[in-house]
Design a protein around this ligand. Structure first.
Ligand SMILES: [Zn+2]
Length: 250
């Protein structure tokens, strides 16, 4: 039987979903809470299934408050606590704070070197971050995180003459197999999160300074499930998170 392009795409996606859980995954979150919004249920599922999930939080989120009484210093401390609590809910044990100021990420040698170092240290098969190619409104830090995650994964972490100081310090080069971007305009990869979506909700509720938890929990759960159910149609599963997947073949 000849498959229609649509069927072929769906079959391909279903097949991708059946691949084994990665041994190590690195999630690069621009701010505390972004990884939970974009991939929380996927990370919870992988962590549950034995993956070592490493969460790198690029900025301290010290601008994200409308409260006139809040200071950047107090907010950064608060968000760090919230992030640790959220990671615990997802089953993530390795949280690395890069502590850039909120809004201060640059596509520069410092940030690139930090991500290359993490890749060479933890040796993930999969790196995740925000899609840098979203067409419409997007926070600058999100764009920077996505772009630098992709560049650090390929080619910098692979090449021994890039950041050679890492090798002098005992690390070795590493090839990341794929990059998954959350928040994509055109997703092409889905992860079934029907059994772990509740951890995503619970992790988001830890980010109280960002207003999560202001609405009744049932309302938040309903809205989130609606979105995940829409993604789930691609895999014919109840709930899924959606990504743009880039395979690194070299
Ligand atoms: Zn953000």
């Amino acid at each position: 039987m000849v498959s229609s392009p649509q069927q072929y795409r769906e079959n391909e996606q279903r097949q991708e979903e059946r691949r084994p859980t990665p041994a190590v995954a690195l999630a690069v979150s621009p701010h505390p809470d972004d990884a939970e919004v974009g991939a929380g249920a996927t990370l919870a599922r992988w962590a549950r299934d034995g993956c070592q999930v490493v969460l790198a939080v690029c900025t301290n989120g010290d601008k994200g408050s409308e409260d006139p009484q809040m200071t950047s210093e107090r907010l950064a401390g608060l968000r760090r606590e919230e992030q640790l609590a959220a990671a615990k809910v997802l089953g993530i044990q390795d949280v690395v704070f890069l502590d850039h100021p909120d809004g201060g990420l640059e596509d520069d040698v410092q940030f690139r070197g930090e991500l290359v170092r993490l890749i060479r240290q933890y040796r993930p098969e999969v790196a995740l971050s925000t899609d840098p190619d979203r067409r419409y409104m997007q926070h600058r830090d999100h764009r920077m995180s996505g772009q630098v995650t992709l560049d650090a994964s390929f080619p910098y972490a692979r090449d021994r003459l890039s950041f050679p100081e890492h090798l002098a310090q005992g690390l070795s080069v590493h090839k990341v197999r794929e990059v998954l971007f959350w928040g994509a305009d055109t997703p092409n990869f889905y992860v079934d999160v029907s059994t772990t979506y509740q951890f995503k909700i619970e992790s988001l509720l830890q980010h109280k300074s960002q207003g999560f938890g202001r609405r009744p929990r049932e309302e938040m759960e309903r809205m989130m499930k609606e979105r995940l159910a829409e993604n789930g149609k691609a895999l014919r599963v109840p709930l899924a998170e959606a990504f743009r997947r880039i395979e690194i073949r070299f």
